[in-house]
Design a protein around this ligand. Structure first.
Ligand code: SF4
Length: 373
């Protein structure tokens, strides 16, 4: 038996309908327009991966104000880059973007083809397609989850990234000189009209050529993916102030979870840990990671945060003891800073939530009371 792929509409008709709509309805976004440089497009596309447009808007402006050129980004300390990324999450994107900026500066020019873009750290198929088509005018698709949904409905397919990328390639052949606009038009259509739930087919420029649009329930396409619930993990962290009222924060290793970000020193308990997060665990973590024996005092409270791959519950406690010396093994840098300054550093949303507990002061006497200081 031979399998045939989905039947795509006439590419010229598709391009004509979509571009006419886009020319009238394109969203006004700061990373669009003739004055936007390829570097700025790269920054925007990296930020937009996994993050909503409205969250990215102010971050994009602040980032480019601090790093207006690829050279400015390449020469900046990574701590400054992570601080500007704060609130966007997925911090490996910031580290990769910083590394990519260095690659571009070392090469002496911005890449001019997809292979060159793909060679940049952190640039996968989607970002290469988006930057290649939008900034460089290359006739290439840029299919993310949003476009995958629109295209799967257009051709009534179960979906799948490779299959929908092939559909996009076939459609872009109808107007290769405007591939960037086609990609951006599909992004806008997916965000404003062909939404995951409740697609507004009567308002859609593709209604006349869309197979799912003619069906009673277009949301049957693409096939729903079964999502597994992210596993729950527990963490503990300690709060130590010095006499000047500055808070101790420590920088995590560059790679791995929250890589390169500052946090309240502590520990993520192992998967399936059965032990309750007690004072012994936190005290051991401070001894292992900071080289000091401390007492664990009152609890400041608990915060939760959900990442794509885990649901974190962080218990925050006061720490009593001598200030740690230089980092021992796990952390690579220690800093003392007032809380409002810590808030401006490269910290995760989880740590930011933990800091908010400190504004309320200790909440519960969870552990033994500290001895005399
Ligand atoms: S006609 Fe409906 S299902 Fe088809 S692309 Fe437009 S909004 Fe989506």
């Amino acid at each position: 038996m031979t399998m045939s792929g989905p039947t795509t509409p006439d590419p010229h008709v598709f391009c004509d309908l979509l571009l006419r709509w886009y020319d009238q309805n394109a969203r006004d976004l700061p990373w669009r327009g003739d004055a936007v440089t390829p570097y700025e497009t790269l920054v925007s596309e990296v930020m937009l991966q996994q993050t909503r447009v409205e969250t990215v808007r102010p971050k994009y402006a602040a980032f480019l104000s601090r790093f207006p050129t690829v050279e400015a980004l390449a020469t900046a300390p990574i701590d400054d880059v992570l601080a500007l990324w704060s609130g966007l999450g997925y911090y490996s994107r910031a580290r990769n973007l910083h590394a990519a900026a260095n690659q571009i500066v070392d090469a002496g020019e911005f890449p001019n083809d997809v292979a060159g873009l793909r060679a940049l750290k952190g640039v996968g198929v989607y970002i290469a397609g988006a930057v290649g088509s939008i900034a460089l005018g290359l006739p290439v698709p840029a299919v993310d989850g949003n476009l995958e949904r629109v295209l799967a409905r257009l051709v009534c397919s179960p979906g799948g990234r490779p299959q929908m990328t092939a559909v996009a390639e076939a459609l872009i052949a109808g107007c290769p000189s405007r591939a960037g606009d086609i990609n951006q038009a599909l992004m806008d259509l997916g965000s404003t009209v062909c939404k995951p739930r409740g697609p507004q087919c009567p308002a859609c420029p593709l209604e006349g050529i869309c197979v799912a649009g003619a069906a009673p329930d277009p949301t049957l396409w693409p096939e729903k993916k079964v999502r597994r619930k992210a596993p729950a993990r527990t963490a503990v962290a300690g709060v130590m102030f010095n006499q000047a009222g500055s808070l101790l924060v420590a920088r995590r290793p560059a790679s791995g979870l929250f890589g390169g970000l500052f946090e309240l020193p502590g520990l993520l308990l192992p998967k399936n840990a059965t032990t309750r997060p007690g004072p012994g665990i936190l005290a051991s973590a401070w001894l292992d990671r900071l080289g000091v024996e401390v007492d664990v005092g009152v609890g400041h409270g608990t915060v939760t945060h959900t990442l794509t791959h885990m649901r974190l519950t962080l218990h925050v406690f006061e720490i009593i003891g001598e200030a740690p010396p230089e980092p021992q093994s796990f952390y690579d840098r220690l800093r003392w800073a007032p809380i409002d300054e810590v808030d401006e550093m490269g910290i995760s949303t989880l740590t930011r939530k933990a800091l908010s507990l400190l504004e309320r002061g200790p909440q519960q006497q969870l552990f033994r009371a500290p001895g005399p200081r």
